[in-house]
Write a protein that binds this ligand. Structure first.
Ligand SMILES: Nc1ncnc2c1ncn2[C@@H]1O[C@H](COP(=O)(O)OP(=O)(O)OP(=O)(O)O)[C@@H](O)[C@H]1O
Length: 309
């Protein structure tokens, strides 16, 4: 079930939390929603799930407007809210049974759905405990289980791995990837490696506006104006190598990194690649190219550049 966001805005008093954003998410796609604190992620997610009303614009789910068909469309959405509100006095099994009936799961299917969620979310060992007795990570698993209890086509997950230990993070990411093959998933996170590990596409929002939309690879390409490579050249004299590098037509600048081992950082001219020139230079001079490694722009740097203003 596809989601189309069209010129969506939301104001709280004088503050514009979400400012005319438009994007689309397709079935089988996991979209990572990134942005600094207060950027408007949770507000957008709350509007998509019908948790709060739309300010301006519209949201189409499976081609139908949330404005007109909101109540009906809610059936297709599973939502893990930011602070994962749970009934602490309820045992896990009772809570999930309660959520299933609230979500309209047929009576004769409720117990099998609850058992499936307990298995999928790794709650087997803790299933008879009250939610209040669970660790933060297990509460997060209960939150995920309630979001998926009615087998929704769409999953909206606000910081799903918050509070999980590194082993649990790996498992939950695997689970989300698995679920994401058939469903439409939007997840928000502050953990940048998480988006790369889990998501097909990244949307970065800052001050209510979308500032980037694409795969990690596309964002890197857009961010890297100039190619950057690290090289190490054996058998030559440092100063001679540096002079020769500076004469290459594709090179903007060559920065020495280590004079003893002849390591350099090579910045190519805009739109050019210096790899071939470097290789040919070494062949001509009889030097050995010990290392030639392209340096990728880190997602952290892209995020900082786009959101630090
Ligand atoms: N109920 C509310 N009343 C007034 N202002 C609000 C309310 N909810 C959010 N805001 C404001 O709207 C802006 C966007 O908040 P939102 O919670 O959507 O950001 P976020 O990107 O989810 O941030 P975080 O990463 O910190 O969770 C913030 O400036 C916030 O203070």
């Amino acid at each position: 079930m596809n989601i189309q966001i069209e010129n969506l805005s939301k104001r709280y008093g004088l503050q514009t939390a979400v400012d005319k954003i438009s994007f689309e998410v397709r079935t089988g796609e996991i979209l990572g929603f990134l942005g600094p604190n207060g950027a408007g992620k949770s507000t957008s997610m709350k509007m998509i799930t019908g948790y709060i009303g739309i300010g301006e614009g519209d949201i189409l789910i499976g081609g139908r407007s949330v404005r007109e068909h909101g109540d009906d469309l809610k059936r297709h959405i599973g939502y893990l809210p930011e602070n994962n509100p749970l009934y602490l006095d309820m045992p896990i099994m009772d809570y999930l049974t309660f959520c299933a009936s609230l979500q309209g799961v047929a009576k004769d299917k409720i117990q099998s759905r609850v058992r499936l969620m307990v298995n999928i979310c790794g709650l087997q060992a803790e299933k008879h405990k009250k939610i209040g007795e669970l660790s933060k990570g297990y509460r997060q698993r209960v939150g995920l289980a309630q979001a998926m209890i009615h087998d929704p086509a769409i999953l909206i997950l606000d910081e799903p791995t918050t509070g999980l230990d590194p082993n649990q993070i790996v498992e939950i990411r695997k689970l989300i990837r698995e679920i994401g093959k058939e469903k439409t998933v939007i997840l928000s996170t502050h953990i940048l490696p998480e988006v790369e590990a889990t998501c097909d596409r990244i949307l970065i929002i800052n001050k209510g506006k979308i500032v980037a939309n694409g795969t990690a690879e596309t964002l890197r390409k857009q961010a890297t104006g100039n190619e950057l490579v690290k090289v190490q050249i054996e058998d030559g004299v440092h100063q001679q190598i540096l002079s020769a590098l500076e004469l290459l037509p594709s090179i903007e600048k060559a920065l020495p990194v280590d004079t003893e081992t002849n390591r350099f950082e090579i910045h190519s001219k805009l739109g050019m690649s210096s790899k071939r020139d470097l290789f040919q230079l070494c062949v001509e001079k009889g030097w050995v190219l010990g290392e030639l490694t392209p340096v990728e722009t880190r997602l952290e740097d892209i995020f900082r550049n786009l959101t630090l203003n």
